[in-house]
Design a binder for this molecule. Structure first.
Ligand code: 2HA
Ligand code: ZN
Length: 269
């Protein structure tokens, strides 16, 4: 029987991941096994689950993450397709428990689905978020076409250049992505180096980080919010591209107009 049976709160977390996985595929951001999602589900774990034995070996994370003691995560499986996860989340993802040494994990349900290749970056980010006392529980990595295309222009990778272009396309982006888009230079996928650079960018106060020529990594209170920020930034990227394809460089809202939004809506930056 699935761990989700008779546990509506935990089931909602997993079903929300499945819903977002479907969006990522439909938007063309999740080719083959591209992208990964992890959600800290510890608050939905009951004593019965805590007693559940592991169904697989104790596996090293590759780093020690002291704030993750006793935590549980739903993780997309490595080499699994988002479009499959959208329909069968517990066959294409699993729930893991971090062991007491904070350096290993074990799969507890439902099937022996090995977590995402980006597990070190995801877990290191969750470790950082817990340490900071953040209420953020979800991290989403995906390959949004227009944003990745923009990361191929070195001019856009200078600090907050891309952020300002994207904010200036539509008020929504400034309002719902008030921290903008951090930039992490190209690094080997799945590497600890990429994990460290991502945390540094989040610590610089970004919720969404661009991995140059690869994809984005977003954190949020839940998986829907993390997805919405990537979606909003992408909307701006599409408006920018469409203006260029109509033969002009878009004017963009002015710095004063963007400042006005920050003041009126009392935004964090
Ligand atoms: O999981 O997107 O970055 C596949 C990836 C790795
Ligand atoms: Zn990727």
């Amino acid at each position: 029987m699935s761990i989700l049976y008779n546990r509506p709160d935990l089931a909602k977390q997993v079903n929300d991941v499945a819903e977002v996985a479907g969006y990522l595929w439909t938007k063309g951001w999740a080719e083959r096994n591209g992208g990964n999602i992890t959600v800290n589900v510890t608050e939905h774990i009951d004593d019965e689950i805590r007693k559940m034995p592991a169904i697989g070996p104790v596996t090293p994370i590759g780093m020690t993450l002291p704030n993750l003691k006793g935590t549980y995560f739903y993780c997309k499986g490595t080499n699994r397709r988002m479009r499959d996860l959208a329909r069968w989340p517990m066959d294409n993802g699993s729930i893991i428990r971090i062991t007491d040494d904070c350096a290993h994990y074990e799969i507890i349900a439902d099937n022996l689905v090995k977590p995402t290749s980006e597990l070190p970056s995801h877990l290191a980010v969750h470790n950082y978020l817990i340490g900071k006392g953040s209420n953020y529980k979800a991290s989403v990595h995906t390959h949004p076409i227009e944003l990745v295309a923009m990361s191929h222009n070195p001019e856009f990778l200078k600090k907050d250049v891309l952020t300002n272009i994207l904010w200036s396309m539509i008020p929504e982006t400034k309002a719902f992505c008030p921290r903008g888009l951090g930039i992490v230079p190209y690094m080997l996928p799945s590497s600890n180096e990429l994990a460290e650079a991502t945390i540094k960018a989040i610590d610089d106060d970004y919720d969404v980080v661009m991995w140059e020529k690869h994809g984005v990594f977003a954190v949020g209170p839940d998986v829907m919010e993390a997805f919405d920020m990537i979606d909003t930034l992408t909307k701006s990227a599409i408006i920018y591209r469409d203006a260029l394809s109509m033969g002009f460089v878009p004017d963009g809202m002015s710095q004063e107009q963007m400042k006005e939004i920050s003041t009126v809506f009392n935004l964090p930056k």
